[in-house]
Design a protein around this ligand. Structure first.
Ligand SMILES: Cc1cc2nc3c(=O)[nH]c(=O)nc-3n(C[C@H](O)[C@H](O)[C@H](O)COP(=O)(O)OP(=O)(O)OC[C@H]3O[C@@H](n4cnc5c(N)ncnc54)[C@H](O)[C@@H]3O)c2cc1C
Length: 428
């Protein structure tokens, strides 16, 4: 799909899915002069969207895919640990196996390097791009630009992550190191057992993803986008040209469409002629409210040991993480949310040990994840009027701003601003 398609204006694009990727795509498509309809069966900012409950990181250095060299040796240990970071519902294993095998194959050093190089082109400047859009939408206050921390118990523990940091260094990413005392001054509520941190200044975070999504949609609608409350089921394509998006309640006539339905994109991708490997990689958060005086994350913190992020949101202290493989529809396992709460108790000794249940809210989210850790962005096989834009896994909020810009370039028939070959939806 490398040749630019034959496109004429006016052009009406239906954006399927109003998560972070869809909203950014809609705004940039409006900038390109397209007529835009935002189609979603959930209200914007609903808890079903992964964009609702993430850890808020807009981190241009989050380029290391969530695999480690030699990971296959560690997986059994993770799975045996009932409070470990990874779980699989065994009934789901047969369906997951092809994805899992490709995922394990991508855990080689050279593959990780190549993935990091590609992801960097997508996520670089994430903070600046988000701040620009947030300003336009009137919510610049939701974007914090004061960096993030990666926290370790010790320098020795940090050195255990040396490969990932060396790849970041090769890409020109800079950081500074905080020894115990400096970390204590910066994060006085954190358990002093954590005595070393890496501070990345180029990252930022969103202080309230749900409010951000609502503001982005309000901005898109104010600029002329239409909102359609419906569930897309497929496409009507005639002689390679898109005529309509099909929904459960009828057709929406259009000349272009974007598939950005997050972890539900696979079936729509198949309708557009592409068999992609996409799983809902489930994660959880615990949001602790009302204890800001005793337990505050002044900077968003990634705790490498637990594979969780602690972010102080406008709405409370959010601890987010976990990887659980199960079908999209499988019931939440709220013990995984409680693990997030228990990690919060470990991190912040000032929290009451008998934290009242009413002060904690749990959430299950579904990351749209490909086995190689890279999203699908590009034209569909069945028609270049359809653009794929999903599969951003752990970094979809951060990536959404540039992805939206690229989607709009594709919709307008322009050469995209970065090389999309690594993100080809046809690579599987
Ligand atoms: C615990 C956790 C922590 C995370 N932390 C971070 C982080 O700190 N930083 C970061 O960058 N990323 C993070 N992520 C990942 C990030 O949240 C996702 O990658 C991103 O939100 C995906 O956005 P999306 O727009 O592709 O999908 P979604 O936000 O899931 O939106 C998809 C939308 O499509 C709609 N939809 C689905 N099917 C249809 C259909 N058939 N018709 C119409 N509409 C449909 C849904 O209703 C939904 O609104 C985290 C994820 C989790 C789970």
């Amino acid at each position: 799909m490398s040749t630019l398609p034959d496109i004429s204006f006016p052009r009406h694009a239906v954006v399927i899915g109003a998560g972070a990727v869809g909203l950014m795509s809609a705004i940039h498509a409006l900038d390109q002069g397209l007529e835009v309809s935002l189609l979603d069966f959930n209200p914007v900012g609903s808890e079903e969207a992964a964009s609702y409950g993430n850890a808020g990181w807009l981190s241009s250095h989050s380029v290391i895919p969530p695999v480690e060299p030699g990971m296959w040796k560690k997986v059994p240990g993770y799975l045996m640990d009932p409070i470990g970071p990874l779980s699989i519902r065994w009934r789901y294993l047969p369906r997951l196996t092809p994805w899992l095998l490709r995922n394990l194959a991508s855990a080689r050093r050279e593959r990780i390097r190549a993935t990091a190089r590609a992801l960097r082109t997508l996520v670089v400047d994430a903070r600046t791009l988000h701040l620009d859009i947030a300003r336009r939408a009137g919510v610049a206050h939701l974007i914090d630009t004061s960096g993030v921390l990666h926290v370790y118990r010790s320098r020795q523990q940090f050195e255990g992550d040396a490969f990932g940091w060396s790849v970041r260094r090769e890409l020109g990413i800079q950081w500074s190191e905080l020894e115990a005392e400096a970390l204590r001054r910066r994060e006085p509520d954190l358990d002093p057992a954590f005595g070393f941190a890496v501070q990345v200044d180029e990252a930022g975070h969103c202080k309230n993803p749900a409010a951000y999504l609502q503001a982005l949609q309000a901005y898109a609608l104010a600029r002329g986008a239409h909102r359609i409350d419906a569930r897309a089921t497929g496409f009507r394509i005639e002689e390679g040209r898109l005529k309509a998006v099909l929904t459960e309640t009828g057709e929406v006539a259009c000349d272009a469409a974007v598939i950005c339905a997050g972890a539900r994109s696979k079936a729509l991708a198949a309708q557009a002629g592409d068999r992609v490997q996409l799983e809902s990689e489930r994660g959880y958060h615990a949001l602790i409210r009302g204890h800001e005086q005793a337990a505050r994350a002044r900077t968003p913190m990634m705790l490498s040991e637990f594979k969780v992020i602690a972010t102080q949101m406008e709405t409370g202290l959010r601890i987010a993480g976990q990887v659980e493989f199960a079908s999209f529809e499988a019931a939440p396992d709220w013990r995984r949310g409680e693990i997030m709460r228990d990690i919060a108790l470990k991190l912040f000794p000032g929290l009451p040990r008998d934290l009242p249940a009413a002060d904690v809210r749990y959430w299950l989210g579904r990351r749209p994840s490909t086995p190689d850790g890279m999203p699908c962005i590009g034209y569909a096989r069945a028609s270049s009027d359809i653009v794929h834009a999903y599969g951003h896994g752990h970094i979809g909020l951060g990536c959404s701003a540039r992805t939206g810009r690229i989607v709009a370039q594709l919709l307008a028939g322009q050469t995209p601003e970065i090389d999309l070959a690594p993100f080809s939806p046809q690579r599987f």
